[in-house]
Design a protein around this ligand. Structure first.
Ligand code: HEM
Ligand SMILES: *[C@@H]1O[C@H](CO)[C@@H](O)[C@H](O)[C@H]1NC(C)=O
Ligand SMILES: *[C@@H]1O[C@H](CO)[C@@H](O)[C@H](O)[C@H]1NC(C)=O
Ligand SMILES: *[C@@H]1O[C@H](CO)[C@@H](O)[C@H](O)[C@H]1NC(C)=O
Ligand SMILES: *[C@@H]1O[C@H](CO)[C@@H](O)[C@H](O)[C@H]1NC(C)=O
Ligand SMILES: *[C@@H]1O[C@H](CO)[C@@H](O)[C@H](O)[C@H]1NC(C)=O
Length: 436
């Protein structure tokens, strides 16, 4: 039973009295013949004017929904959660819970929420009419019934749970989302129980805003894609493609090998970054450490590194020497790769606080690969230095000793000034047939 297309419709329920209105948000799945999942919120005028008192919620779900929930606040951890699933005898179970992280929220008996008349399963449709007597404040102490209040919702498809155990184990939802309502503008009824008033969906639209809905299965795939793409780019590609300047020292290395391969790595990092931004939006956290460091590291490799690299290349074509461009490109490149790698570690930390089902082996493997990469990087540079020193010593002739040109000048065969190539290699390469 895979959801095909979703739409959110919002209508106002209209009681007998015109003034009795509450907001309804419906999460609907077009492929069903049944009605949509809908969430109605009714804040009586007394409650919204005094800031305390009962609020009324009505949650309805078609067959095929295993459990569904409405939460106060835009995040799971912001306030009370009202979770509904089927119970024996066509009853429904209301499990009021609190969440402390992105792990299964725990049943909280201090939430004074009760099922009211009309709750149950009728024609397969689960209906929960809920009255909550102390739900007017959020976890952070702010009012939950003011102008512009956020609500979140979640649902999972599957066979009925048929449980009256309020602590039933629930696995992660399939879809979740949020929306914002102005509860003062839409202040509800003066009825002590709005469910005695038949709730009907009218064409009148409630002032709701910022709807968001997220498929958790897609979110899961995006998280993996983000982690894999950015780690491959920063841990494997950037360092190894930089090392190619030491491994393959030739006049063509920068233009034919280093630059095109790094351009590919940049595209991969950029794609992984885009997926990461989408994940952050889904989680509504665009401002954490991990995203902000990511903007810096990706911005650097996408914009600054290619510019410095090309400037050094052009400078080298003209003068055959190193320049501030090359030196900055080298150290900034090493710094940005290291920053990206460390940010990957922060990313694992960040992800495990949101999602406990990340296997502990993956951050460990990541750390081992990063450590190995560091040793390889230092090792290759040391190997190349030693090799060049040995070659330089063995072919030392008075002519070279007299050469007072800067070290970089020796390398007029390689576009990179990183690897001074001994002069016999320079001459050998000059004799190559493709040399003019
Ligand atoms: C796309 C265009 C690029 C060009 C034309 C280019 C060009 C160059 C050149 C000419 C050098 C030698 C610098 C010198 O002589 O001191 C170099 C070194 C280097 N490049 Fe690039 N580069 C490019 C992209 C990148 C990117 C995106 C990175 C990302 C991290 C990068 C990382 C490095 C590093 C780390 C070194 C120094 C290697 C070391 O000594 O550790 N390059 N590049
Ligand atoms: C609800 O009752 C209050 C007084 O108790 C009154 O001021 C208000 O106009 C009433 N609202 C509606 C919609 O009837
Ligand atoms: C179902 O609800 C009815 C009416 O509220 C109640 O009398 C009955 O005991 C409930 N059954 C179970 C299994 O909870
Ligand atoms: C509800 O009230 C009880 C006591 O009356 C209190 O312990 C609990 O923290 C309150 N819950 C909320 C969510 O305000
Ligand atoms: C309710 O479910 C929880 C979690 O599965 C379990 O630990 C607990 O024993 C159950 N309680 C009852 C009364 O069955
Ligand atoms: C609203 O508050 C007033 C005054 O506190 C009270 O007389 C009235 O019964 C309340 N209305 C409802 C529906 O609770």
């Amino acid at each position: 039973m895979k959801p095909s297309s979703f739409l959110i419709t919002v209508a106002s329920t209209l009681g007998l009295a015109r003034s009795c209105s509450s907001s309804v948000i419906s999460h609907s799945q077009r492929s069903y013949d049944y009605e949509d999942v809908s969430y109605s919120i009714d804040v009586p005028q007394n409650t919204s004017s005094t800031g305390s008192g009962p609020i009324y919620l009505q949650l309805r779900a078609p067959p095929g929904v295993k459990w569904f929930a409405l939460g106060q606040g835009s995040q799971m951890t912001d306030g009370n959660l009202f979770i509904i699933y089927s119970a024996p005898d066509n009853n429904v179970t209301l499990s009021p819970r609190r969440a402390t992280g992105h792990i299964q929220p725990q049943y909280d008996p201090s939430i004074q929420a009760y099922l009211e008349e009309g709750s149950g399963i009728h024609d397969g449709i689960m209906t929960a009419n809920i009255r909550c007597d102390n739900c007017t404040t959020l976890a952070d102490g702010k009012s939950a019934v003011q102008k512009s209040t956020s609500w979140s919702w979640a649902l999972t498809y599957g066979p009925p749970l048929l449980s009256s155990n309020v602590s039933e184990t629930l696995y992660q939802h399939d879809w979740h989302g949020s929306f914002t309502l102005d509860l003062t503008k839409n202040a509800g009824s003066n009825f002590s129980n709005p469910y005695y008033v038949p709730l009907r969906v009218s064409s009148h639209l409630s002032p709701y805003s910022n709807p968001q809905q997220v498929s958790d299965t897609l979110l899961h795939k995006k998280r993996i894609a983000h982690g894999v793409m950015t780690s491959v780019a920063f841990v494997l590609l950037f360092p190894n493609f930089a090392l190619l300047l030491y491994i393959v020292p030739s006049r063509r290395t920068v233009a034919w090998i280093h630059a095109p391969l790094q351009a590919f790595a940049v595209l991969l990092a950029l794609a992984g970054f885009g997926v990461g931004v989408s994940v952050s939006k889904d989680l509504q956290e665009l401002g954490g450490y991990h995203p902000v460091i990511g903007y810096v590291a990706v911005g650097g490799v996408v914009i600054i590194q290619p510019i410095l690299g090309i400037m050094q290349h052009l400078h080298f074509r003209k003068t055959g020497t190193s320049s501030l461009y090359g030196v900055s490109h080298r150290y900034l490149g090493r710094f940005l790769a290291a920053l990206g790698i460390i940010n990957g570690g922060i990313g694992f930390h960040y992800a495990t606080t949101k999602n406990p089902d990340i296997p502990p082996a993956s951050p460990i493997a990541y750390g081992i690969i990063c450590g190995a990469m560091f040793i390889i990087y230092v090792g290759v540079i040391a190997w190349r230095r030693r090799k060049n020193n040995r070659q330089a010593a063995s072919i030392a002739t008075p002519k070279i000793v007299e050469n007072k040109q800067p070290l970089a000048r020796m390398d007029n065969c390689s576009d990179s000034t990183l690897v001074p190539v001994p002069s016999d290699a320079v001459n050998a390469s000059r004799r190559k047939s493709w040399e003019p």
